[in-house]
Unconditional design. Structure first.
Length: 216
């Protein structure tokens, strides 16, 4: 059976949700992203990323420019209520010829972590990949010792596929990489549950969920 490739790599466009707006990575996001990294616990959230926490706004500006010069395509995650960038995530392993793409480099600052903002940021990437660009496979990878990331992947509906042993050396340490994916045949049912859970009707005035996300 003939299989079609995806339409293209993601372009630098804005993806709009109820709670967040995903904007192409720009220097103007640097001050917000540096500020969120300096909140209590913010530095620790870089533990499993390829880079350490930024040391200044200027450092963050340089990182944004370097990232935009590479093959990955990052976005800033902007809280629509405050207008501030609270995190970042990127398109990685972009292979439209195979219909496969990864969400990676995820830094969800503490103000958005474990909230509807984080879930919607993931959902907007998945929806754009599957529905707009025609990808067949949406990947999530992490250090196999990163238990919170593995738990998040499962919560978001990804299937664990296995572990690549001694896959990388990151920050001087050997990394075994855990692989997860969602494929296009699974997406319609997952999309329906994401949209149900993300509906403003599912949250009270304090922003607390009325029902849980049930993807697995």
């Amino acid at each position: 059976m003939s299989v079609k490739p995806a339409k293209s790599a993601p372009e630098r466009i804005v993806l709009e949700g109820h709670y967040v707006r995903l904007e192409p990575f720009e220097r103007r996001h640097a001050a917000d992203l540096f500020a969120v990294s300096t909140l209590p616990g913010g530095v620790e959230r870089y533990r499993w990323l390829f880079s350490d926490a930024p040391t200044s706004v200027a450092d963050m500006e340089v990182r944004i420019e370097q990232t935009n010069a590479g093959s990955d395509r990052y976005v800033a995650i902007v809280d629509k209520a405050s207008g501030r960038a609270l995190g970042q995530q990127g398109w990685m392993r972009i292979r439209p010829e195979h219909g496969s793409i990864e969400i990676g480099g995820v830094y969800w600052g503490l103000p958005m972590a474990r909230t509807q903002m984080a879930t919607e940021a993931l959902y907007l990437f998945a929806r754009h990949a599957f529905d707009d660009l025609g990808y067949r496979r949406f990947e999530w990878k992490c250090n196999n010792r990163n238990e919170p990331s593995k738990a998040a992947a499962t919560r978001f509906g990804f299937t664990h596929e296995g572990v690549f042993r001694q896959d990388m050396i990151i920050k001087g340490e050997s990394r075994d990489t855990a692989w997860f994916s969602i494929v296009d045949g699974e997406w319609p049912a997952l999309r329906t549950e994401y949209e149900r859970w993300l509906s403003p009707d599912n949250f009270d005035d304090a922003g607390q969920q009325k029902t849980k996300l049930a993807l697995r």
